[in-house]
Design a protein around this ligand. Structure first.
Ligand code: MG
Length: 314
């Protein structure tokens, strides 16, 4: 059995941890330079703000609809992530940190009260970090991802899935007809590992839902689509093919780059930024116990601005 623990609206939840007055308000976290939305509270989603939507398109809602837009603070999110991951690790013996707000926990077979334990870990993460999470439990990673999606939607879209599946959803406790219903309601393109391109090609062949994918004959899938999709089909059928990756491959490159909020024309802010990024990169290097063979520093003017250009590296 695997668990997938995922922070809800993660960056917004991190901001709310330190500014409780943001609870209940529509909140958006913006990308570097306040370009576009990269995290939205449920209230902001309900207002129709889309992931990746440019800021200027919804900026007026700050005045008219109490929308709060915040510049991203990735230092804070990294810190909160480490705390959340440390508590999540308590659910089982193995952990794969999959992204800043998601981790798989593995080797959960034989734990009889897994659902209750998952609720306890979820409550602990909420109490100790104030990050709300949802947990999917299933015999394969692909189904654990799907159950996480069900746990989320059951909570925030009442009526989409049975209410008792909210927050923690355990595939192995679902009656078969609910499992089939969940697969039927899930578009093929929402399955972990099926990208936009493959989803479009599947659609051309009339394969629309996760259930359609799960029912494909595996031998035919391997021949026509390759082993990657074959693995996904088997995982949807409950046969585990994708194992936990505990040790990510060592990094070949560590990059620390940012664009400046406004154009700079003097040396001191550039020196400050370069030394700060160098020390941050060095911190990452040390924390992964690696050595660097080369160091590259570059600076250039924005390619989107008119005027003289500068571009140098050494
Ligand atoms: Mg998330």
């Amino acid at each position: 059995m695997f668990a997938l623990i995922d922070g809800n609206n993660f960056y917004v939840s991190c901001e709310r941890a330190f500014r409780p007055s943001l609870h209940g308000l529509p909140v958006v976290v913006l990308s570097n330079n306040d370009g576009c939305a990269i995290s939205r509270s449920d209230e902001a989603k309900a207002m129709g703000i889309k992931m990746g939507q440019p800021y200027y398109q919804f900026k007026h809602l700050e005045r008219t609809s109490r929308l709060v837009c915040l510049s991203a603070n990735f230092e804070l999110y990294g810190d909160m992530s480490a705390r959340m991951m440390a508590i999540a690790a308590g659910l089982g013996p193995l952990q794969e940190i999959y992204s800043i707000d998601e981790s798989f926990i593995g080797d959960l077979d034989g734990i009889t009260d897994l659902t209750r334990r998952a609720h306890a870990v979820r409550d602990r993460i909420l109490r100790w970090t104030s990050i709300p999470t949802c947990i999917g439990l299933a015999p394969t990673k692909t189904l654990a991802k799907l159950c996480n999606h069900v746990a989320k939607d059951a909570e925030r879209k009442p009526g989409s899935y049975p209410a008792e599946l909210a927050r923690v959803c355990n595939w192995s406790e679902l009656p078969r007809h609910i499992q089939l219903d969940v697969l039927q309601r899930t578009p093929a393109g929402d399955i972990w590992g099926i990208g936009k391109r493959i989803a479009a090609k599947l659609q051309e062949q009339g394969i629309q839902s996760a259930l359609d994918v799960a029912r494909l004959p595996t031998a035919q899938v391997r021949g026509e689509w390759g082993v990657v999709l074959e693995r996904t089909v088997r995982e949807l059928q409950g046969i585990s093919c994708i194992s936990l990756e505990q040790a990510p491959a060592p990094k070949q490159q560590i990059a620390c780059t940012r664009s400046f909020g406004k154009a700079i024309s003097t040396l001191p802010p550039l020196i400050e930024a370069v030394s700060e990024f160098a020390s941050r990169a060095a911190l990452k290097l040390r924390s992964s116990d690696q050595l660097a063979g080369a160091l590259l520093v570059f600076a250039h003017t924005s390619p989107f601005r008119p005027g003289p250009r500068f571009n140098k590296s050494s």
